[in-house]
Write a protein that binds this ligand. Structure first.
Ligand SMILES: Cc1cc2nc3c(=O)[nH]c(=O)nc-3n(C[C@H](O)[C@H](O)[C@H](O)COP(=O)(O)OP(=O)(O)OC[C@H]3O[C@@H](n4cnc5c(N)ncnc54)[C@H](O)[C@@H]3O)c2cc1C
Length: 449
């Protein structure tokens, strides 16, 4: 925070409030996730009074970090791709003191681990680096061709990579149509991109696959020194003190005629020059009644099991992928190997991630025990070497993005005076999409007033 005088447009005399011209009221942003914080930061920069009403007790929405016993536990394993254009616009990534994963993976084939060196950035390295027959010669050529195509494209987001919604197709179809073999698809593409899109079937738009490939080619997957929450914290550092009101869930939008003029939160009506809905998609749908927002049933979930131990996981800074397709764990991240601040000195922290339904019917203890058993099997360790630290379930981590979806999502201009949309569901389901949506909402308000 910058230490400027607290901005408190609600702490005013109610008699004078009604007399103020509309434009004099604050913009109310609902939700302090990446989208809402970006919008508020951009409006603050332009000198517009803004208040953020947040239902929860902290910043970041789906990008939060807890501390426990000296470990950093992100609320679900996630990385920041430092090539994301919107992240680069909003901050200097070096300020997050990031540490990067290696561009490569360790792949479990059901019997042993194969170390796949830099499969994407330097597709030719596949030849020497991998002994398994995961990628045939032709698949290496196909991967190189795909890499060249995405590298030269000028997309700034997944939705731009989608092109014409009518001809969009799934990630799986893209790979099959490009001629990739079953082993490359099942043994690498499904756990790798499935881990990014939380959709191992690769049923989502090919745009997410091609765009994340581009981002991996142009940058690195990083973990900030203080956890992924450093990203929203950094955005919030551009707000005036008191801008974000915590534990303040908005219950409804207040309308006068065809215009949205404020919100009701914790029973109080608060007026606003504009209201920006920057919540998760299902809440946005409920508050606005706009059926274009994805609902809860379109959520893609994941469960992260954090394991702590003293033994070094011998996979370096690489993600460990289940290429056998037979485990409930999709991938394991050696967090403290990548960013040493994630664990106390002499200790290690792993995140084992299960996708979708794999954890649905098991209680936390059963999920954690199973995840640990599978993780130590892949690493060649014993269960006694790793203690279960925490189980983090996020049933709605991202929304499903089937082919053609980007042509159907709402935009910042809601069509209703006084009401502006932000949030990932107005762009694409990613940190990049959320920040883009916040920027677009701020631009819309500044441009229309
Ligand atoms: C486990 C996990 C892994 C992920 N991995 C990646 C990754 O590797 N790369 C990537 O790019 N993306 C990843 N994502 C997705 C990315 O985190 C999200 O797309 C992005 O954070 C969404 O931001 P948002 O601001 O749109 O929404 P949110 O983060 O959901 O923020 C919405 C905010 O609105 C608040 N709110 C809701 N209802 C109300 C109300 N009625 N009143 C007031 N406030 C309300 C919520 O409390 C929340 O703070 C991952 C997400 C998860 C959970």
């Amino acid at each position: 925070m910058d230490g400027a005088a607290p901005l408190d447009p609600f702490d005013r005399d109610d008699e004078t409030a009604d007399d103020r011209p509309e434009e004099a009221g604050p913009v109310i942003v609902i939700g302090a996730g990446l989208a809402g914080l970006t919008c508020a930061a951009e409006l603050t920069r332009a000198g517009r009074p803004v208040v953020v009403l947040e239902a929860g007790d902290g910043l970041g929405g789906r990008v939060r970090t807890d501390r426990r016993d000296g470990y950093l536990l992100d609320r679900g394993f996630q990385v920041i791709l430092d090539a994301y254009p919107a992240v680069r616009r909003q901050l200097d990534i070096a300020d997050l003191r990031p540490a990067a994963f290696d561009a490569g993976a360790a792949i479990w084939d059901g019997r042993r681990l194969h170390h796949l060196a830099d499969p994407i950035r330097h597709p030719r390295a596949l030849g020497g680096a991998i002994r398994s027959p995961l990628f045939g010669v032709l698949d290496k050529v196909r991967l190189a061709a795909l890499a060249v195509r995405v590298r030269t494209a000028r997309w700034a987001s997944a939705s731009e990579a989608a092109g014409d919604p009518e001809t969009d197709r799934s990630g799986a179809d893209l790979l099959w149509d490009s001629g990739f073999g079953r082993r490359a698809v099942d043994g690498f593409a499904r756990p790798f991109w499935g881990g990014i899109t939380l959709d191992p079937a690769l049923a989502g738009s090919q745009a997410t696959l091609r765009y994340t490939l581009k981002m991996f080619l142009e940058g690195r997957a990083v973990l900030p020194e203080s956890g992924v929450q450093a990203l929203p914290d950094h955005l919030a550092s551009r707000l005036r003190l008191g801008t974000v009101r915590y534990n303040t869930p908005v219950e409804e939008l207040i309308r006068v005629g065809d215009r949205v003029v404020g919100v009701r939160a914790r029973g109080d009506v608060r007026s606003a020059s504009s209201v920006v809905v920057a919540t998760d998609p299902a809440t946005a749908r409920r508050l606005t009644g706009d059926g274009r927002f994805p609902d809860d049933s379109s959520g893609l979930g994941c469960t992260t099991v954090y394991l702590k131990g003293r033994r070094q996981p011998e996979i370096g800074r690489r993600l460990l992928l289940d290429g056998s397709g037979r485990l409930s764990v999709n991938h394991v991240a050696p967090l403290s190997n990548v960013q040493s601040s994630y664990a106390p000195n002499g200790r290690h922290l792993l995140a084992a991630v299960l996708l979708g339904e794999h954890a649905a019917n098991l209680d936390d203890e059963a999920v954690a025990t199973q995840a640990r058993a599978e993780t130590v099997r892949m690493l060649g360790h014993t269960a006694a070497e790793w203690d279960i630290l925490s189980v983090v379930r996020v049933p709605f981590s991202q929304f499903a993005q089937p082919p053609g979806i980007y042509g159907r999502l709402p935009e910042a201009d809601s069509g209703t005076p006084g009401l502006v949309y932000a949030g990932e569901a107005t762009a694409d389901s990613s940190q990049n999409g959320a920040i883009i949506s916040g920027e677009a909402a701020a631009r819309y308000i500044l441009g229309s007033s």
